[in-house]
Write a protein that binds this ligand. Sequence first.
Ligand SMILES: [Zn+2]
Length: 423
Amino acid sequence: MVRANAAGWAALAIMLGLGAGGTAEEPAGPTLPPVSERARAVHAAGMLFDGHNDYPWLIRDEGDMGMARIDFAKSAPGQTDIPRLRKGGLKAQFWSVYIPSDYPNPTRTVVEQIDFVNRLVEKYPDDLQLALTADDVEAAVKAGKIASLIGIEGGVAIDDSFAELRAFHKLGARYMTLTHNKTLAWADAATGERKHGGLNEFGERVVAEMNRLGMLVDISHVSAETMADVLRVAKAPVIASHSSAFALCPVPRNVPDEILAGLKSNGGVVMVNFYSAFLVPDSNKKAAEAKAEIRKVHPDRAEARKAIAEWYKNEPGAIRGTVATVVDHIDHIVKVAGIDHVGIGSDFDGINSWPVGLEDVSDYPRITEELLRRGYSEPDIHKILGGNALRALREAEAVAKKLQAETPPQVDEIRHKKNDHDD
Ligand SMILES: [Zn+2]
């Protein structure tokens, strides 16, 4: 999740000519050659498992948590709906239940989105099926459904409470991104204050408890020091549900090479994010400059908006990135961490700029096409698309089973203030 609020989305929708908050047709994008038959076949034979989609938060922003106006089976605003998911060959999705760092009632807000995912799955049973385990994912895929998993984005959700962490696991959360953009009482964020030099002791216990529960520890958004601390204490594979390679795009939120190398022994998976600013160095700065130039030429706001939409549509990828840029990040992670440690974590519906050719969830097969073009074998492509993510989830479940037999739950005594219970 990058986008901050509804206004941001509305502005983007206007910029792209989608109409503010209206039901989008295909977002504006360039016309690219169709994906080859071969790539479609390889793609369909694999199991695309995306680590991060912010649709629940988008719908919250749209003010339609009751799903009265938007029909996910027809077309939804933004980048995700069932027809486009089917076209894109998605088999499993971690739906992000996001909580910004500073937001009232974080726990309730996350519960509301978990409830939304449950209701979404119940409303569209022909296409979606809830998955709580790796076996559930495979069963859903076998039944022709999109396996739907829940991942919490933002450890602020647990309110520094192991009880809440466990309750969220019971509610179906199968990963938690330890932080969002701000540092918590127990973990430093990539874009937050350096307060603990990584995880503090409580943070280490959070990781231990997540391992014991079988909830994947997500190192997207945390500082490099926190990533290193997680790798040091984790007993199960970790994931970065939506992060790219720091070596190719040095933003603090991307994963540096030493962490990538550390994934080999951990078994973890970095799932590559499609946000332009995490793929192309200085993307946001270059985009702002380009838009400022357009505004100079078009003092009229409406005209400028039109021209910016046109620019966005025709930008060849120097700023937005292309499918090849995404695959460059995949290549780099393969080189440093190995073929078993890379995946896809689009961040669709949580981003306001994406690569040319990856306009929405219908475009995933273009990645398969580019991987084939670069000589990846079909089995390796299947690992990247989702095999690695599924393996990490399965391994985390096995570790949890073992830890549950050996280790008691983390519990902090509750210290009531004197007279707390006086009437
Ligand atoms: Zn995010």
